[in-house]
Design a protein around this ligand. Structure first.
Ligand code: NHO
Length: 363
């Protein structure tokens, strides 16, 4: 029979984590069954929990966490602690931590379901990918990561449904980065003009679009991680996000900056390089955009700058929107297109909350 109560453990309470908590509060109010108990919440420095798994008030959790004097459990000890729960547990990983990601197989093999926007596990080594899904299938625990590609947009669920219903995906192409979309839409708009590159990068960070360190967006790795995930779902066993060509937009001289802040401070010195890239596209009557593509038949994956006519849907994107074109046998020459906001706390948390709902329907 379905569980009457489910315990929720949250690791990570930054931009996405805070939005998730507010969505969790709304969800608990709208759907009284099963009863959702927040039993554990941790950041890298602090934690909030009761030894006996008594629920924490969701509405005041962020304030209570800030004033908590408890340190988080060490990560492996978190697995043991949560396995002692009297009710089924869903772990919500809202960090970008590789260490948390590396423990998913342990959580899953103890029957703890995992939902997360964290790309690290699914785009890390192919072995970790296999370990995650085999741990889940032997214990019956569930794992969902919709927001690891395209934030709240139904990208992973759409790809899975195309495949599970017997369609053949031939090519996936699009703009997969909210940050890159925002940067190029505002730095090189179809209508001309546009702001300074470095100023737009700072704006993208303050709007919450970038990864915690904006260099993880500008070096192309964030897009490479997303393509690794989609390629694997499409059946291509990509070894890692470093195993295909990825163009970085970090100036050579800034590769060695020790922090994201130092990088942002020095970036204006290199604005002329990006101006040249923009001017070159303009001379060809086009605009430049940062795109990724997967060709399924040739198993080729690539990420980088490309030029588009102003009338192309990729050139006409707005704000931080993502656009993902699925070319399949069933859809023929007109691709199935998923488009909309691809970054930001609320839309990313929506994907996480949606995943939590998928788990709740199954436990
Ligand atoms: P923050 O604000 O840095 O918060 C991270 C939290 O994790 C902090 O509370 C920190 O203390 C905690 N933490 C880190 N390591 C920990 C550890 N070892 N133990 C315990 N706690 C730890 O990061 P965000 O912005 O809230 O992001 C959270 C996760 O969501 C990351 O994995 C990120 O990749 C993912 N995510 C975010 C977005 C977004 O828009 N912010 C998106 C997708 C996934 O679709 C979005 C996207 O791809 C954005 C991308 N930059 C783009 O397209 O431009």
């Amino acid at each position: 029979s379905p569980a009457s109560q489910v315990n929720i453990a949250v690791i990570g309470a930054g931009g996405v984590g805070k939005c998730f908590l507010s969505q969790l509060q709304g969800l608990a109010a709208r759907k009284p069954s099963p009863k959702l108990n927040l039993v554990y919440i941790a950041t890298s420095r602090k934690a909030l929990y009761n030894e006996n798994f008594a629920p924490i008030d969701v509405g005041s959790a962020i304030d209570s966490l800030a004033s908590s004097s408890k340190a988080p459990h060490a990560l492996p000890a978190t697995v043991d602690y949560l396995s002692g729960s009297p009710h089924p547990v869903v772990l919500v990983d809202n960090t970008s931590s590789q260490d948390v990601a590396a423990l998913y197989p342990s959580f899953l093999s103890k029957g703890i379901s995992v939902v997360t926007p964290n790309k690290k596990a699914f785009s890390g080594s192919y072995k970790l990918w296999q370990d995650i899904f085999s741990a889940a299938s032997s214990s019956g625990a569930k794992v969902y990561h919709e927001s690891s590609v395209g934030a709240g947009l139904p990208v992973i669920s759409t790809l899975n449904e195309l495949i599970d219903t017997g369609d053949k995906v031939t090519k996936i192409e699009g703009v997969f980065s909210g940050t890159m979309s925002f940067l190029f839409n505002s730095f090189a708009p179809v209508a001309g003009q546009g702001g300074k590159w470095s100023a737009e990068v700072k704006k993208a960070q303050s709007l919450g679009y970038t990864e915690p360190d904006p260099r993880d967006d500008l070096n192309g790795l964030d897009v490479a991680r997303k393509l690794t995930i989609l390629a694997r779902i499409a059946g291509i066993p990509v070894e890692s996000p470093e195993s295909f060509p990825v163009q970085s937009l970090i100036p050579k001289a800034l590769e060695s900056c020790s922090s994201g802040d130092e990088f942002l401070e020095k970036l204006p010195e290199f604005d002329s390089q990006m101006e040249e890239v923009k001017a070159e596209a303009e001379r060809a009557g086009k605009v430049v955009r940062f795109v990724g593509s997967i060709d399924v038949a040739s198993k080729s994956v690539k990420v980088g700058l490309e030029k588009f006519d102003a009338s192309h849907p990729i050139a006409a994107l707005q704000g931080s929107d993502n656009i993902i074109n699925f070319y399949t046998e069933r859809y023929g020459s007109n691709p199935l297109i998923v488009q909309g906001a691809g970054a930001g706390g609320d839309v990313t948390a929506m994907g996480v909350t949606g995943d939590l709902l998928k788990v709740l329907r199954q436990i």
